[in-house]
Design a protein around this ligand. Structure first.
Ligand code: ADE
Length: 231
């Protein structure tokens, strides 16, 4: 049977999921809590990593290597770059890039290091399942590139630079780290985000106000996806 990892960065991003699990077993490992449980008959392991690429790398690796998860779904919030995206809207990553990875001094493009990829594609099958779920629920789901970096972006100029350099529609702080782990270990992965702010001068205020509600929108969608994934 499949074992699905559901990962967020912050407690608010996974709490709506943990509350819906049966037979929950909590394990502390490497200073993080992991919740093994059953959702509608499917085995899942849920965890939040803490914010940023390094913590996300650690948690994704542990979910796969220690808890033997064979599919990883990320649920959380993001800052909008595209004007089409408003607070509460959902976006799925078709690919993810590290916007703060920079060895351009050696003639490489932003986001690239040798043997890496500027944009890592997410699993097409999981994206198709998400599109089917959205259709069934009558929800609008945008698909686009999500840019990741160890920065809370609250600046129009930086946001626009990220948008034009990576053709990104949204930004956050973990997705590309999860992508590096999962693609290296051949684990199909999926990144879903609901918009909490627009990465502009109001971003920190909006983030505080909408973190919980947007995180729940994303978490609810992820649970419907778990139902739709073959066991
Ligand atoms: N996640 C949600 N909003 C964000 C922002 N403005 N910058 C980085 N990560 C975010």
């Amino acid at each position: 049977m499949r074992k699905i990892a559901i990962m967020g960065a912050m407690p608010e991003e996974i709490e709506p999921i943990i509350g819906k699990l049966e037979n929950v077993k909590e394990t502390v490992y490497a200073a993080n809590k992991y919740y093994e449980g059953i959702y509608n008959g499917k085995e899942v392991v849920v965890a939040y990593s803490k914010i940023g690429k390094v913590f996300a790398t650690l948690t994704a690796t542990i979910l796969i290597e220690k808890f033997a998860c064979d599919t990883l779904l990320f649920s959380g919030v993001a800052g909008a770059i595209s004007d089409e995206l408003k607070i509460g809207d959902l976006i799925i990553a078709e690919g993810v890039s590290q916007h703060d990875l920079d060895i351009t001094a050696f003639g490489h493009p932003y986001g690239y290091v040798p043997e890496g990829e500027v944009c890592i594609p997410t699993d097409m099958n999981l994206r198709n399942i998400a599109k089917d779920v959205a259709k069934e629920k009558g929800l609008t789901l945008k698909e686009g590139i999500i840019a990741t970096g160890d920065q809370f972006v609250a600046n129009e100029e930086r946001k626009n630079w990220i948008g034009s350099t990576f053709k990104a529609d949204a930004l956050e702080m973990e997705g590309a780290a999860v992508a590096v782990v999962c693609s290296s270990l051949n684990i199909p992965f999926f990144i879903l985000r609901a918009i909490s702010d627009s990465a502009d001068m109001d971003a920190s205020f909006n983030f505080d106000e909408f973190l919980e509600s947007s995180a729940k929108i994303s978490a609810d969608f992820i649970l419907t996806m778990v139902d739709a994934i073959d066991s």
